[in-house]
Design a protein around this ligand. Structure first.
Ligand code: ATP
Ligand code: MG
Length: 353
């Protein structure tokens, strides 16, 4: 059986390097391999509203931004159905029925939710919609029969929750035919890329934390951000030995630098191992490494920026593509919704003679 792929992003801002390395890169690889039955990417506006209820405009305006980021980074809307979550109303119905299968204490134990509640200061003002979003996300995943999803590490607990809902649904309603498929999260083998750190070196790179390099940042902005990035607090003089672990400049190099970059931008070294070795030994300054990183990032970002410019001339087309894809996604979701209701015994039309 071929895979059904689904992933998504919250339209709370532009996409950043963390999105790319944690999920988007793999999404593009899967798209180009072409070995799937269906492929959806959802712009999760409903989910974004769970902690942005008063900022509808921000969420609304970022839908097109995220869509442009996808296309500029290499997602092909002809191969992938990019849709808007709130335009597929069936997802709310799945959510409603799933809510009866999950306890509040289970949601409260979700480690990603726990961390996000703290980060957002929701301890005493927790919106029900926010704590409920793992259930709504399970609905997104299960509605389409998702088999795999390339995501960042923070999404693992969401997939665990979705799988528990499948089990609970099966135990409760004992469907004669399979309704929901067990979904699997695909995460990067490199732990650092599952949760790319932000420029501050503390939190994960995140739209909400203001510690990101965005795919749409211009060259001067990238340079300015990299020059302020956290390295090693004890590496004060060039001659001091430096530490690689926890040094975000080296983490970003791990993620984006290729051997050919050395020949082009830093020919004194052959590869990243040599550069790291010199840094550890002492005698290599942060500024030199940072300048190299700017070149490496520019090599990656400049073509994305070019395609973004091109997209800006096709805004109406992109919106129309999103609307049409949402209509198609709605048809797909409805099919499984009917199956689900049948399995639950919610098929009142059978009373008609
Ligand atoms: P917000 O701050 O609004 O939650 P975000 O930056 O966390 O935004 P999301 O839209 O929540 O981004 O995440 C979209 C996808 O990108 C998810 O699969 C998530 O795991 C992944 N992702 C987000 N940030 C990172 C990161 N720093 N490293 C790796 N993957 C990430
Ligand atoms: Mg997030």
């Amino acid at each position: 059986m071929k895979d059904i792929i689904l992933t998504g992003d919250r339209p709370t801002g532009n996409l950043h390097l963390g999105h790319f390395i944690g999920s988007l890169k793999k999404r593009i690889e899967l798209q180009n391999e072409g070995n799937y039955e269906k492929y959806y990417i959802m712009i999760a506006d409903t989910q974004a509203l769970t902690d942005n209820a008063q900022r509808v405009d921000k969420v609304k305006n970022n839908i097109i931004q995220v869509a442009i980021d996808y296309i500029s980074a290499g997602i092909d809307p002809k191969k992938v159905n990019i849709f808007i979550q709130s335009m597929v109303s069936e997802l709310h119905e799945f959510t409603s029925y799933f809510m009866n299968l999950v306890t509040l204490s289970r949601l409260q134990r979700n480690p990603t939710i726990k961390e996000e509640i703290k980060q957002r200061g929701f301890e005493t003002s927790l919106p029900i919609g926010f704590i409920n979003y793992p259930i709504s996300q399970a609905a997104d995943i299960l509605a389409f029969g998702t088999t795999i999803a390339p995501v960042g590490g923070d999404q693992m607990p969401m997939f665990e929750q979705a799988r528990e809902i499948v089990n609970s649904f099966n135990n409760t309603y004992k469907p004669q035919e399979e309704v929901f498929v067990m979904p699997k999260a695909i995460v990067s083998e490199n732990k650092l890329f599952q949760r790319l750190p932000g420029l501050d070196g503390k939190l994960k790179m995140s739209k909400s934390a203001g510690n990101s390099i965005y795919l749409c940042d211009d060259e001067a902005t990238v340079r300015e951000k990299v020059m302020k990035a956290y390295t090693d607090a004890n590496h004060l003089k060039v001659t001091d030995p430096g530490q690689i672990e926890g040094n975000v400049v080296f983490t970003y190099l791990d993620a984006f630098c290729r051997e050919e970059h050395f020949a082009r931008f830093l020919p004194e070294y052959e590869n990243l191992d040599q550069l790291k070795e010199h840094y550890r030994r002492g005698g290599l300054g942060d500024v030199k490494v940072k300048k190299f990183l700017v070149n490496v990032l520019e090599d990656f970002l400049a073509p994305i920026r070019e395609r973004r410019k091109e997209c800006l001339n096709h805004i109406d087309e992109i919106y129309n593509m999103l609307f049409e894809n949402s209509r198609l996604a709605s048809i797909d979701a409805k099919e499984r919704l009917e199956k689900m209701k049948d399995a639950m015994g919610l098929n009142y039309k059978k009373f008609l003679k």
